[in-house]
Design a protein around this ligand. Structure first.
Ligand code: CP
Ligand code: NVA
Length: 340
């Protein structure tokens, strides 16, 4: 009997049911436990995994590499300048070649169409390691981290503050809506999510009972938050937008004042960030922003980042356990009982 996951690609969260996403979260928690106890889980022995990266990455690349090794598979990194994709060879041709040699393909890049094309033509599972539109593998780690901290997901209030139309905002809004998590996107109107994304989220929210709110009002938005989430103000590929974003997003910075504004009890609030984060001037961009705009912290202050609320490094570790679950479920020929 093959499971509902066998041979599937993970391109966008909207293609998966609530039960399937919940299964992947719980399987990630299980695999984390096996790893901590030193119990082998080599479900992909002998498989070969291609890791395609058009954009930079620390966590996603490291997570796919370690997860593949732990599962007994061999990962191969194929960076933007290493292969012919895009410059000399089409997505279709590249997909056919890679699919004839590799058993699974991860792709991180700009266009959602490319990752969809790889899935269409390769004949093997393709995992979206981030595009301009979605970051689905991050979602399994994020909601896993929330579940580990609170013990449940339904009814949790997640508030995302910052650039409301980037991949992270899109993915959190839609995944939260699927899972019955209440999601508020708190952003300036210029950076509200597109109608298309809001429509997807509303459709899922109707089924799950999740309450959604898109607002520019910080006081209203953050009130009652259990999870305060933010992301960089300028995503990869938008590096000419620092001035615009600094001006628009300053009021949406996570700081201790915003944490106070939630009004949430201490043990009912956590702060998440997919990372990398600009919480000090220890980076080239951090220094550039200090010089050009006179601020030493962007989307989150160093104090809030290092506070007792911060769970961003647990979240980062969970990228590895969750990517392992995604690869094992879709490629591992595992016995998985019926999942709705
Ligand atoms: N969160 C995340 O995707 O990190 P990387 O860009 O380092 O992979
Ligand atoms: N929105 C960010 C996410 C990084 C993990 C970006 O696309 O750069």
């Amino acid at each position: 009997m093959t499971s509902v996951f066998q041979g599937r690609s993970l391109l966008a969260e909207k293609d998966f049911t609530r039960g399937e996403i919940e299964y992947l979260i719980d399987f990630s928690i299980h695999l984390k436990d096996l790893k901590k106890r030193g119990i082998a889980h080599r479900y992909l022995e002998g498989k070969n995994i291609a890791l395609l990266f058009e954009k930079n990455s620390t966590r996603t690349r490291a997570a796919f590499t370690v997860a593949a090794n732990d599962l007994g598979a061999s990962p191969e990194y194929l960076g933007k300048n290493d292969i012919q994709l895009g410059k000399k060879e089409s997505v279709e041709d590249t997909a056919k070649v890679l699919g004839s040699m590799f058993d699974g393909i991860e792709f991180r890049g700009f266009s959602q169409e490319v990752v969809e094309g790889l899935a269409k033509y390769s004949g093997v599972p393709v995992w979206n390691g981030l595009t301009d539109e979605w970051h689905p593998t991050q979602m399994i780690a994020d909601f896993m981290t929330i579940k580990e901290n609170f013990g449940y997901l339904e009814g949790i209030n997640l508030v995302y503050v910052g650039d409301g139309r980037n991949n992270m905002a899109n993915s959190l809004l839609v995944t939260g809506a699927i899972l019955g998590v209440n999601v508020c996107i708190c952003a300036p109107e210029e950076l509200f999510p597109t109608q298309e994304v809001v429509d997807y989220a509303n459709k899922f929210a109707k089924e799950s009972g999740s309450k959604l709110l898109i607002t520019a009002d910080v006081e209203k938005g953050v009130k009652g938050a259990n999870v305060l989430y933010t992301d960089v103000w300028v995503s990869m590929g938008e590096e000419d937008k620092f001035e615009e974003r600094v001006n628009l997003l300053k009021p949406y910075q996570i700081n201790m004042d915003m944490i106070k504004k939630t009004g949430t009890k201490d043990d009912e609030l956590i702060v998440l960030h997919c990372l990398p984060a600009f919480h000090d001037t220890e980076t080239e961009y951090g220094k550039m922003v200090e010089k050009d705009f006179g601020i030493t912290e962007m989307e989150i202050t160093d104090e809030a980042f290092r506070s007792k609320y911060g769970r961003q490094f647990e979240e980062a570790e969970n990228r590895m356990h969750s990517i392992k679950a995604i690869m094992a479920a879709t490629l591992g020929n595992l016995f998985i009982p019926y999942v709705k």
